[in-house]
Design a protein around this ligand. Structure first.
Ligand code: 6GU
Length: 226
């Protein structure tokens, strides 16, 4: 997979890709991440990227030319499966969307800022708009990191234990069961007996039951969603 991320602030996004599992995925050549600094495509001597909205109102708008030129440049080099604009008014990100996107080859992500981007970019380039939840961030950068992290960990070979990605919370619309490691007892709190039994069939059954109970208690909406 290749991710091209267009942003005013690449420095805000670098460390997640230089750490742990994402770093390893990149080092193994399973994913490439390229940042494009929007300012480099800015207009005139001042490298302008934003302007006031037509019709008035508070806040600035990202101009169409820098974004269009950057995207058109990328499109001239390869085909893109999706051009995603990260925006609070996009479709709310779900594991289902992440699963689908993780199968794509080339993706562009556009990080929005200010009041948004010139609406005509939707007609020209954007194939999908994604929000990571019902709250407002200062820009799309952190949202793009969230999306990229969720995507990259699903690429085969990025996580060693493939089973591990498949048994995540949400992969089957259930939250994960409780999990424990050593010691068997800590400050008087014991690990459930069943997990020490060595009876893997029973353990699996217990996990499924706990999973259901926890989902019902914390996220009943997930059970209704199926
Ligand atoms: Cl994708 N961008 C911004 N600015 N705020 C958000 C968001 C995105 N998703 C949730 N809040």
């Amino acid at each position: 997979m290749r991710l091209d991320i267009i942003t005013l602030h690449p420095e805000l996004m670098e460390s997640p890709f230089q750490t742990s599992i994402l770093k390893r995925g990149i080092a193994k050549g399973l994913v490439e991440v390229h940042f494009h600094r929007l300012r480099d495509w800015g207009i005139g001597k001042r490298k302008q990227v934003d302007d006031e909205p037509y019709g008035g109102g508070a806040g600035m708008v990202l101009r169409i030319e820098p974004l269009d030129q950057c995207i058109s440049h990328l499109k001239s080099q390869r085909n893109y499966d999706e051009i995603i604009y990260l925006t609070p008014d996009g479709e709310r990100l779900s594991q289902k969307t992440v699963n689908t996107l993780s199968l794509k080859e080339n993706i562009i992500m556009i990080c929005g800022h200010y009041k948004g981007i010139d609406h005509r970019l939707r007609t020209l380039h954007i194939t999908k708009e994604i929000s990571i939840g019902d709250y407002v961030l200062t820009g799309g950068e952190l949202a793009a990191c969230v999306l990229a992290d969720a995507l990259i960990r699903l690429i085969p070979g990025v996580i060693n234990d493939e089973q591990s990605a498949l048994t995540d919370s949400f992969q089957d619309n259930f939250l994960s069961p409780p999990i424990f490691t050593r010691p068997e007892e800590y400050k008087g709190i014991k690990v459930p007996e069943i997990l020490l039994s060595g009876n893997f069939k029973k353990i699996e059954q217990w996990r499924q039951e706990e999973s259901y109970k926890i989902t019902l208690e914390k996220r009943p909406d997930l059970l209704g969603e199926k």
